[in-house]
Design a protein around this ligand. Structure first.
Ligand code: ATP
Ligand code: MG
Length: 572
């Protein structure tokens, strides 16, 4: 291909709304163009990149034994009612009113795949089945961000597995999991599988595949010592040695008018000469459980609450009868269940609200002045917390989620009467499912962030995703000189050798050509110049390891092919 055919016109200026380097690069290089917030077109260069990502995913999932299919994006609302997700996913669903009824633009495809597959799953002999698709998803994301990173319309590679029992489901899960690792390696991404939270998809065991990135919206905790890794929504800190409570101190009440909340309480207490720090204040937060009962959660004042599953923060009405801003665990009525993070055992005494507006208590002791019904991990993990497996120090890594795998179990099949098969003994049983997703259109942004320059004006794509593996540029090319003739010849023979290649053929200066080619990001450049041709050589630049070699004209194709092979094998 030639640059003139690619409608390639790079942007001279920094796009205004682009904050992330990857976003700038993809806009400047004319890979994508925004239609509206969170909705993008893929221009020819970007589409080549995307197709490469899709091809890698297809090859690895086919190899894993999954069959590709295509499910509808337009789905009748009834199938979303049947699983109850019409409510659970209400905040992101796009609805469409048609003449014949109401529809949902699929944000994910569990409902649709069950409808498509169930008629073919009659008996245990029909299982296992592994399928996947590359399909557009629609999610009304409140915050579309960083170009392709978070969009309202995006392509996902979503897979589904159907099995007879838990063990069989686990073995299908493993197939997808292994395929994911192979896919991310070929994409040039170091994706870490971390234990994760199942969210609205449901199910039990699940992993997120996270790529460390400064523009990530997620964090995962990892232990360098034993390899434990978990998303911070799912991560737990290990236990610490409990300390003995201080039997010498006595709780003392201080008047602290207009000092609700931890920060102002500390200021008020310190003003009274009390020696107290934020980590020594007890945070008491009122939650409501699934049965609408009040639960008091206790944690140190300097930690953030990770609201337990099935619970929510109490609203103002539910706070009636509690001294909002001054709540403490002491003297609570038995109808309030008191939950505490294990960290509450690590201080001899605590400062806390007094349960009366305008005063705080200092010197409250666990087991003496207040009691706890149950200890449970309640805090969001932080850098330096002990690992739950080995006790070494955890560290937090900012990251982007590129994939997610779930063992769904019977979450869907239990509620859908047609999601059944006949077992060996003839019994009708719900099948065991798994579901798996890769953010296909998110991948180019993540790869660009990883392999692009910090200011978003150049990139070296990993070999297998590069829109063009080789770029050819002539220095001092005119319409009919030798530079052009040799460039044309190389273009034809490199392409014949099976590598994707683009040649600069526009009437632009070498400076402009080079700058644009840096945006196209081929890992291999061939620079054909009159001066080197006089010596019978062409300059070949391998940009991943930054090697430049002069190659005799007749050996250029062979050298380029060998370099391509070498780079491909490095990525697997
Ligand atoms: P996130 O936490 O990033 O919102 P999610 O957990 O809601 O993602 P899943 O339902 O697990 O997403 O979808 C599988 C994959 O699809 C994700 O790992 C991610 O790579 C991709 N993805 C999800 N939402 C978007 C989006 N709005 N734009 C682009 N890709 C997305
Ligand atoms: Mg997810």
């Amino acid at each position: 291909m030639r640059t003139s055919e690619l409608v390639f016109k790079s942007l001279r200026e920094t796009p205004q709304d682009a904050e992330a380097a990857s976003h700038k690069l993809l806009l400047r290089g004319n890979y994508i163009r925004r239609l509206t917030s969170g909705v993008y077109s893929f221009l020819p260069l970007g589409y080549r990149l995307l197709r490469n990502v899709e091809r890698i995913i297809e090859e690895e999932l086919d190899r894993a034994g999954a069959a590709e299919l295509l499910l509808p994006a337009l789905q009748p609302v009834e199938i979303w009612r049947a699983t109850g997700r019409i409510d659970k996913m209400a905040d992101v669903l796009f609805g469409v009113e048609g003449k014949s009824g109401s529809f949902v633009l699929g944000p994910t495809h569990e409902e649709a795949v069950i409808e498509a597959m169930s008629p073919d799953i009659e008996s245990y002999r029909d299982l296992p089945k592994l399928v996947y698709q590359l399909q557009t998803k629609f999610r009304d994301e409140p915050r579309a961000r960083f170009g392709l990173m978070r969009t309202r319309e995006f392509i996902m590679a979503d897979g589904y597995s159907f099995d007879v029992d838990r063990d069989a489901m686990r073995s299908s899960y493993q197939k997808f999991y292994d395929a994911y690792l192979a896919i991310f390696a070929r994409l040039g991404l170091q994706a870490e599988p971390v234990e994760a939270d199942a969210g609205s998809i449901g199910g039990d065991v699940n992993h997120e595949f996270m790529v460390a990135s400064t523009i990530g919206e997620d964090h995962f905790a990892c232990c360098a010592s034993c390899g434990y890794q978990a998303n911070i929504e799912a991560a737990r800190a290990g236990d610490r040695e409990p300390v003995k409570v201080d039997l010498e101190v006595e709780p003392k009440t201080y008047s602290t008018p207009n000092a609700p909340g931890i920060e102002s309480a500390i200021a008020a207490l310190q003003a009274l000469g009390v020696d107290v720090e934020i980590g020594g204040m007890l945070k008491s937060m009122l939650l409501i459980d699934e049965a609408d009962r009040p639960v008091l959660a206790l944690l140190p004042g300097d930690r953030t609450l990770n609201v337990p599953h099935g619970m929510r923060l109490a609203d103002d009405t539910q706070m009636a009868g509690f001294a909002k801003g001054y709540i403490g665990p002491q003297g609570q009525s038995p109808r309030v269940q008191v939950l505490a993070d294990p960290l509450v055992r690590t201080r001899p005494s605590w400062a806390s609200g007094s349960n009366e507006h305008g005063s705080h208590v200092v010197g409250l002791r666990l087991g003496v002045d207040f009691s706890v019904d149950r200890f449970e991990n309640l805090v969001v993990v932080e850098d330096g917390d002990p690992c739950p497996r080995c006790g070494a120090s955890l560290s937090l890594v900012r990251s982007v989620e590129v994939g997610h795998t779930f063992q769904l179990g019977l979450t869907y099949s239990a509620v859908l009467p047609h999601a059944r098969f006949h077992s060996v003994s003839g019994e009708e049983l719900p099948y065991w499912m798994g579901c798996y997703g890769i953010g296909v259109t998110r991948v180019p942004a993540v790869v660009a962030q990883q392999y692009g320059s910090p200011d978003g004006d150049a990139v070296v794509w990993p070999l297998e995703v590069a829109p063009f593996v080789v770029s050819i540029v002539g220095v001092g090319a005119t319409k009919d000189n030798e530079v052009t003739a040799i460039s044309e010849r190389l273009h034809a023979s490199i392409s014949e050798a099976g590598l994707s290649v683009i040649m600069e053929d526009r009437n632009v200066s070498v400076g402009v050509a080079m700058r644009d080619l840096e945006l196209i990001g081929s890992p291999i450049f061939c620079i054909v110049g009159a001066r080197s041709l006089a010596k019978g050589v062409v300059e070949v630049r391998e940009r991943i390891h930054d090697r430049t070699i002069e190659v005799a004209l007749e050996g250029v194709v062979e050298t380029v092919v060998a370099l391509g092979r070498e780079l491909a094998s490095e990525r697997r």
